[in-house]
Design a protein around this ligand. Structure first.
Ligand SMILES: O=C(O)CCC(=O)C(=O)O
Ligand SMILES: [Fe+2]
Length: 376
C-alpha cells in the first residue's frame, strides 16, 4: 500500500502547500522539514506511555559488556578452543541474547559496499522506489516507511527495504550494482549464520546439526532488511523502531558509523556501538521456541538523532517457510516435560508478526502455552 501520510502528520509550520504532497518516505519528509525545529504530530510518541518517556531515563552509555564471540574459534580444530567458544556462546545467549561476532572472514570492503548500495537505493527518486512497494509481508521485495503504515498509530522515523535472499535470491534491479553485491554478501553471511547456529545447537546440548536438520536450514529464509533513519529535528519525541524482538533464529546486523541501536538488558536500555568490521548477532524468537525458553529473544529498539543519517542492515536467518517449529523434546522441562510454546509453521508466524503492530514480544506471547487446557 502506498504510504500516504495521514493529514495529522503534515508539518504545521512547514512551507508546504495547502494540498500536502504525497510523501512516501521519511527521507522525503526530512528533506521537506529541513531547517525546521519540530516534527509533525503524527510522528510524536510524546503522549504514548513507555515509548520515549520513562524508559529513556535508564539508558546506559556503556556497551563494553556486550559479549564478543571469536568466530574463527568456532571452526577451530583445537577441541579446547572449540569448547571454550561454545561456553562463551552459551553464556552470551543466556545472559544477553546479543553478542558481537569478530574474525568472521567476511571482507570489510563487502560490508561497506552493501551499506553504500542500500544507501543508493534510498536515494533513488521516490517514483522509482515505489516500483518496489510490496503489498504482502511475504512479497520477496518490499520497501516502505515506518513499520506497517496500515496499523501504526504513530509513524516511525524510518524507511526500509526488505528482500528475500534465500532460499530464492531476489533483489531490486536498481541501483544496478545492488543485486550483484547482495548476492555475494548473502552467501558469505549465510555461512557465518549457519556456523553460529551450529555452535548454538551444541551449546544447548543438542547435536551440532540439530537446528539445521529440524528446521530445514538448507531452505532457510534469509532476509536483508535495510533501515534508513534520516536526521530528525526532535529525536527525543520520535522513534526509529519501537522495542521488539526479531522473529527468526539469528539476526546478523551491520551499520554505518552512527549509533542508535539500544538493547534491553536487566531493565536498562544499553547503547550499542558495534566494533567496526563485526556483526552484531541476536537471538530471535525461534531460538526461544526451539530451546523452550532456555535462550530468550531480547528486546531492542532504534532511536534517532538530529545530526546524521543512520543506516543499518539487519539480516534475519530463519527456518524454512514450511518448517514447523516447536520446543525440542530434549530441552523440555525434566519434571513436567511440557512445551512452553505451541508448534507453528514459520510462514504463519512471519505473517502474524509482520502484519500486526510491532509491539515488544507480542507475537511470541500469542503462542505461549500457559494453562493446562492449552496442552490438550
Ligand atoms: O536499526 C537497527 O539497529 C535495528 C534494526 C532492527 O532491529 C531490525 O531491523 O529488526
Ligand atoms: Fe530487530
Amino acid at each position: 500500500m502506498a504510504a500516504t501520510f495521514p493529514s495529522v502528520s503534515q508539518p504545521s509550520q512547514a512551507s508546504l502547500t495547502d494540498s500536502p504532497p504525497k510523501l512516501t518516505s521519511i527521507k522525503a519528509l526530512a528533506a521537506e522539514l529541513s531547517g525546521l525545529t519540530s516534527i509533525p504530530p503524527g510522528y510524536s510518541f510524546q503522549t504514548i506511555p513507555n515509548i520515549v518517556n520513562d524508559e529513556a531515563l535508564s539508558v546506559s552509555e556503556a556497551n563494553e559488556s556486550i559479549p564478543t564471540i571469536d568466530f574463527s574459534l568456532l571452526t577451530s580444530s583445537n577441541p579446547e578452543e572449540r569448547s571454550k567458544v561454545i561456553q562463551d556462546l552459551a553464556k552470551a545467549c543466556q545472559d544477553w541474547g546479543f553478542f558481537m561476532v569478530i574474525n568472521h572472514g567476511v571482507p570489510e570492503s563487502m560490508m561497506k559496499a552493501i551499506i553504500e548500495a542500500c544507501r543508493a537505493f534510498f536515494e533513488l527518486p521516490e517514483e522509482e522506489k515505489q516500483e518496489f512497494e510490496g503489498k504482502h509481508v511475504l512479497d520477496p521485495i518490499r520497501c516502505g516507511t515506518s513499520f506497517n503504515v496500515s496499523v501504526d498509530k504513530v509513524l516511525f522515523w524510518r524507511d526500509f527495504l526488505k528482500f528475500f535472499m534465500h532460499p530464492n535470491f531476489h533483489s531490486p534491479t536498481k541501483p544496478s550494482r545492488l543485486s550483484e553485491i547482495a548476492l555475494e554478501f548473502s552467501k558469505r553471511v549465510r555461512q557465518v549464520a549457519r556456523e553460529v547456529l551450529r555452535g548454538i545447537s551444541e551449546s544447548l546440548g543438542l547435536e551440532l546439526d540439530y537446528i539445521d536438520k529440524a528446521l530445514d536450514l538448507e531452505n532457510g529464509v534469509q532476509i536483508l532488511a535495510a533501515n534508513l533513519y534520516p536526521p530528525c529535528p526532535q529525536p527525543e519525541l520520535a522513534m526509529g523502531l519501537p522495542p521488539h524482538s526479531d522473529q527468526g533464529l539469528l539476526t546478523l546486523l551491520i551499520q554505518n558509523e552512527i549509533g542508535g541501536l539500544q538493547v534491553k538488558h536487566q531493565e536498562k536500555w544499553i547503547n550499542v556501538n558495534p566494533i567496526p568490521n563485526s556483526f552484531l548477532a541476536n537471538i530471535g524468537d525461534h531460538i526461544e521456541i526451539l530451546s523452550n525458553g532456555k535462550y530468550k529473544s531480547v528486546l531492542h529498539r532504534a532511536v534517532v538523532n538530529n545530526k546524521e543519517t543512520r543506516i543499518s542492515i539487519a539480516m534475519p536467518h530463519g527456518p524454512a517457510l514450511d518448517a514447523v517449529v516447536s520446543p525440542a523434546s530434549e530441552l523440555r522441562d525434566s519434571v513436567s516435560n511440557l512445551p512452553v510454546y505451541k508448534a507453528m509453521k514459520y510462514r504463519e508466524y512471519l505473517e502474524f508478526q509482520q502484519s500486526s503492530k510491532l509491539d515488544g514480544k507480542s507475537a511470541l506471547e500469542r503462542i505461549r502455552l500457559t494453562t493446562t487446557k492449552d496442552y490438550v
